[in-house]
Design a protein around this ligand. Structure first.
Ligand code: IPE
Length: 256
């Protein structure tokens, strides 16, 4: 089984509230379908999650009742994004089944504490392709918190031992600085804990789940279980498909 995360930056415009990219999602769906491999798919929230979550300070703690309405709106928005993604997948012949973290996960002080894996297991056995996503989830300490797609990837990688873990983003991999803003940014082909200190800690767009620094920390943990994680550019046609097939592609390889 191959574990793939479609980052919010590749399926949405992270700078414009609730802007889905149907072409990118449809093409990536086709690339996955072409390989015929068993995949578990996670996707980020992009502009369907981060902006509104920040406005209501859902990533800090939920102490005011007005935040509950904000949380509910984010839950609906990410579900809508998930529906768009799933529709593109099934249009390419992938038998997807959406699994909502709001119903099957529990957080504790911002960490993913419990995830009911039974639905993932049973749908996989049935030959279906589970799809889950970054969401707002109950938190035993904070009331509610944000469960990122990266946190879900870490737990799914641990439980299912995938043969490959692939993070799809809008740039070629992990860079020394933001390549969109800095033409001198260099691709880091092999990423391990030694580069953490030099990674940028800020993001181009609103991001309540942390900068590339936070994401790489999860990937390094995952790599200790799965060997390596690939970070690659999903805006370049064919790259995800080639990586799933095991071909050598332009990417960063995260190792532990
Ligand atoms: C964020 O999930 C979830 C919410 C803001 C509700 P991710 O952190 O996985 O999303 P992207 O990939 O950065 O957009």
């Amino acid at each position: 089984m191959i574990l793939v995360k479609l980052g919010g930056s590749v399926i949405t415009d992270k700078g414009r509230y609730r802007t889905f990219d149907p072409d990118a999602a449809g093409r990536l769906a086709e690339e996955i379908a072409n390989t015929g491999q068993d995949v578990v798919l996670v996707h980020g929230a992009g502009s369907f999650g981060h902006m509104m979550a920040k406005e209501h300070r859902l990533h800090i703690s939920v102490t005011e009742s007005s935040q509950l309405l904000g949380a509910s709106m984010v839950m609906s928005d990410v579900r809508e994004l998930d529906l768009e993604v799933c529709r593109r997948m099934s249009a390419k012949g992938l038998p997807v089944v959406p699994i909502s973290p709001a119903s099957c996960a529990v957080m504790k002080d911002g960490a993913l504490h419990r995830l009911d894996l039974e639905p993932f297991r049973s749908y996989l056995e049935l030959g279906m392709l589970p799809v889950t996503y970054g969401d707002v989830v109950r938190d035993e300490a904070r009331g509610l918190s944000i469960c990122s797609g990266d946190q879900l990837m870490a737990v799914l990688a641990k439980e299912f031992g995938p043969s490959k873990v692939i993070f799809v983003t809008d740039v070629d991999g992990v860079f020394t600085s933001d390549p969109v803003q800095d033409p001198g940014a260099k691709l880091i082909e092999r990423v391990d804990a030694s580069v953490l200190g030099s990674l940028p800690r800020t993001e181009r767009n609103v991001d309540v789940t942390g900068s590339i620094f936070a994401k790489i920390r999860y990937m390094i943990d995952m790599a200790s279980l799965t060997g390596e994680c690939l970070v690659l550019n999903g805006k370049v046609p064919g790259r995800l498909e080639a990586a799933i097939r095991g071909e050598d592609v332009i990417a960063s390889r995260v190792i532990s």
